[in-house]
Structure formats: structure tokens, C-alpha cells
Design a protein around this ligand. Sequence first.
Ligand code: NAI
Length: 463
Amino acid sequence: MANDYIVKDIALADYGRKELDIAETEMPGLMALREEYGESKPLKGSRIVGSLHMTIQTAVLIETLVALGADVRWASCNVFSTQNHAAAAIAASGVPVFAIKGQSLVEHWDYLDKSFMFEEGPNLILDDGGDATLYILLGARVEQGEDELIAIPKSEEEEAIFAQIKKRMAASPGWFTKMRTQIVGVSEETTTGVHRLYDLKKQGQLPFPAINVNDSVTKSKFDNKYGCKESLVDGIRRATDTMMAGKVAVVMGYGDVGKGSAASLRGAGARVKVTEVDPICALQAAMDGFEVVLLEDVVADADIFITTTGNKDVVRIEHMREMKDMAIVGNIGHFDNEIQVAALKNHKWTNIKEQVDMIEMPSGSRLILLSEGRLLNLGNATGHPSFVMSASFTNQVLAQIELWTRGDHYENDVYILPKHLDEKVARLHLAKIGVKLTELNPEQAAYIGVTPEGPFKPEHYRY
Ligand code: NAI
């Protein structure tokens, strides 16, 4: 189909291509897979719907999937995270993509719907945060009369998805149920999407196998941590140009993203405090040298507030009322409900620039809100650097190959890639940064109960 895409400006394709060429030099894992599988094309016959931030790094992922034989259609999983030049380059290469930075929620679901429109329908989902999976599964439940939710949308977000489901049901009766049967599997990128998958499994509603890419060690212990270590401060700086050194920053949550975020702010010279609900993570934060506090106790004095929890209602309206004038508030977790942005809607908003708003509280004090509470490293900056995304996306490609070529070996459950593949992903990234790996001799290997080629750790090892 001609012009089977929606992008901001197709003329940005050349610029996108130049950045793509640079990114390839920083993504050794993906390039190695192209070399290993470019000829055998293990993804031949697969039709993959991708719902993941449409960035330059994702463009390299898409082109890797295509090089391995897949047919691909793509949407972004967030309204602010698209890089318009990356989307343009992908559209110009002939891959249908539907993504514009700053698209509305209605467009978000419409574009996701468009990404499913293969002539014969898709057979695989590559998801980030679970929206593509949710769309099909919720749609099928509504179609089968198993879900009444459609009658009572509770938020703007839900209103948008339900409206899109209704539209699709009217246009193509039975479509969602057909899709639910046709999809052979999903690979999921992030913590929040993985939570959704385990929930579906628990409720007996997972209709196909899922691979949890997030919990490959070479994903969550690298992208979530070292990725955020680079991209959090990048986002705050591009949004505000504020002096970070000397400021007091509060990081809510000390999981993988929290650890990277706290390190990011500390690296920029901020005095960082952490809040946690989990005693293990709280102890880790303390022993990493961070003061672990209650938000209530520090909210009036801190300058920067960052949520990293994947939980909801973490920064609430009563907190924001207490903050000092011009406090910066942002979220780096997947969804925008970590900060009660909806409660600010009836306040005075002044837009400073794209994805930066100043909000006046009834007391007269002002807040700077980044990306309307959506993940600020992708909304205000360009997300993680290519190198770390190469590790994440190498896992994604291996997961897609596994689902496509060996999907029938799996139950309708959530799986993690085997450790030898996790180690393979790491190994593919060593040469680029000059890492020399020591080899075990057979006696040493036997002594610690492994083989010299690995895997080097038991399943229960936590890194
Ligand atoms: P995690 O589960 O490792 O960490 C979350 C932490 O928040 C946990 O330690 C938990 O105890 C804590 N927490 C939960 N509720 C809390 C509360 N009310 N107050 C304080 N702490 C609380 O999850 P991870 O991997 O760190 O991911 C966090 C979020 O970031 C998820 O939504 C994930 O999808 C997203 N993510 C975003 C990325 C980005 O580039 N912006 C990259 C990777 C993940």
C-alpha cells in the first residue's frame, strides 16, 4: 500500500538515516544477529506488531527484525517518546509506522490499531508496557461479552482505548477474537508490562506464550539501571537547564530504575534522598549512601522529585501543594499515574515548551512538570543511549525468534530466556568496549561446578 504510514514529516528521513547509521555502530548485539541470522532468516513468515517507543534505537531493532525475515508494522507505546526523524527513516524504508511525537491519546490507540492491519493479520506482538496485548485481549473480552468495563471508562486513558475498541468492533465484527487466536506469542520489554502479563496468567487469561524480556539480566540490570543513569539527568537538563549540583533531589523507588536514577542525579552533583516501601531496597539505598526518608518529611525542602516505582499515586496532590516554588516534578516509570497529574488539571498551566509546563498552585507557588508526568527521559530527551538498548533489543530479537520457531514448545505462560542466551547477549557487547574476559581452565570450572563455556551462574544467582 502506498504511504502506509503516519509520521510527522517524511522529509526528516535523511536525518533519521544518518543517526541510524551512527546508532548501528553502537549496537553490536543487533548487528551480530543480522550477521548470524541474515541468511537463514528465522523470522520468515512472521508478521510482527511492534508497540515500543519509536526512537533511533528502535529503528535499528526494526531493521534487524526485517533483516531476519519478519514483516513488521509499528506504533509507539507512548504519546511523547517518538523521535520524528527515526519514524520518518523507517517509513521511507517501506516499513509501515504510525507515530508522531506529541500525538493525542485518541491517535495513540488509533495508530496502535493501524499497526495491526497486516493483510492477513499479525502473528506476533513485540510489546513495551503491554498496550498492544491489552488492546487485543480487552477487545476480545468485550466482543465475547465477558467484560462490561466498556460502559464505564474511568479515565481519559480508558476512554480512549474503549472508544477505539468500539470503533474496531463496528468496522470488523469478530476481529479481536480472531486476533486473540491468531497471535502465537508476545515478548514484553518492561517491568510494568511484565506485571500485566503475570496478572493475566494468574487470572487464566493469557491466551498465548509470553517472553519476559525485562527480566533477562542483560535487560533490567543494564537498561533500567545504566540506561536511566544516563538518560534521567539528560531529560531534566534538556527540559529545564537547571543547575543540578547542590540541589536536593528525591527519588521515589530504589528498584533497577531507581538505582540508575539516584546514581544519575548524584553524578550530576545533586544531594539525593530516596523513598522505598521494600525493606531490602531501602537497605540497599542506605548502604549505597543515600538518605532514605518519607516523602512527607522532605517534600517542602527538596528541589527535584522523580518517581521510578511503576506504582500509582506516589506523588499526590497534597505533596505537590507543599512543594517549594519552582520545584521540578517528573516521572521515569512507565505510566503517568505515579504523579497525580489529573488532580492538577483545574490549576493554571503555562506551557514553557514542548513537554514542559509550569503549574500554579492555589497558594501561588509554581511547579515545573515534565512530560505531563509521562516518562521524562523519553519525553524530554531521547531515551537511553544505543549501546544499552542494543543489549535490551538483542534479547527482544532472540525472544521473537524463539516464539516464532519454537512457540509450540511453550505453554500459555510467562517465560524468561535461558541463561546461556543472556550470557550470549552480554558477550556480544564486550568487544565494543574493550573488555577482555578471563577463561576458566577445566579444573577451575569443575571446582565451581560449571563448564568453561558457561552458563557461569545458577538460576538463583541475583547479580
Ligand atoms: P522495580 O520493581 O525494580 O522497582 C520499583 C521499586 O519501587 C521497587 O523497589 C518498589 O518497592 C518501589 N516502590 C513501589 N511503590 C512505592 C512507593 N509508593 N514509594 C516508594 N517506592 C515504591 O521496577 P523497575 O524495573 O525499576 O521499573 C520501574 C518502572 O520504570 C516501571 O514502570 C518500568 O516499566 C519503568 N521503566 C522505565 C524505563 C525508562 O526508560 N523510562 C526503563 C525501564 C523501566
